[in-house]
Design a protein around this ligand. Sequence first.
Ligand SMILES: [Zn+2]
Length: 268
Amino acid sequence: MVITLLGTGGADGIPGLFSSDRVSEYAREHGGKDIRTRSAAVIDDVLKIDFGPDTWAQCHRFGIHPDEWQAVLLTHDDEDHLAVPEFQYALYPFVNRDHLPFTVYGNGHCLKKITDRFPDWPLDLVLTQSFHTFDFCDYRITPVAANHAPPQDAQNYLIERDGKTILYATDTGVWAERTWRFLEGVRVDLMVLECTEGIVPTPYNGHLDIEECLAVVSRLRHQGTVRDKTVIVTTHHAHMGDCTHGELEAKLHPLGIEVGYDGWNREV
Ligand SMILES: [Zn+2]
């Protein structure tokens, strides 16, 4: 599998749309890896993960044609991950087509938002539930319960193909014990892990700061889910975490963790 991180920013991206804080101003001045659009990814150009407000720009920037997507996997319904109105451009009158060319997988909150907006559309929607595995094309996919935005069943995704496993864990917070127990039996080749709060922890427990991120990785190593050769890369960085890309690298590289950026990709 080849995974590409199309966006690696938190809710309002970096620079924050209306922010003039240090990290946002640094990004405006320096550009490059410090510019972070809203978090999303694509695997093999076939599985699109999340469908946020920067989807158009990400596809244009990275030469991705959504006609190749066979499924869109939604992690949860927060607006940086699910921009419902954008689906309209996949159908008539914007294109000469009366059905979406891909299946949309998501929890009940995601599907309700979509059907509320498009009640009469012939959408191929499939409800996902944490720890209920399904097969799609050549992939075996298991939604894993995140600790984020309750009461909805926010999900991280475990995606397997040809003996390789990717865990996409954005907007995860520190998992509840049932997720840890489930992952005890899993060996991951590549993990995408959020590091939203950087060096500025907040009381909100639906996101990870650097220390929590390291604690999660440490426990995963200890229980064997993550091994020495597992690729670990971060995503969903917020400007309020007060770290530039270079500052994140200085903290995380020595610990064997790569810092994600828009366009980062890897084959496993
Ligand atoms: Zn988010």
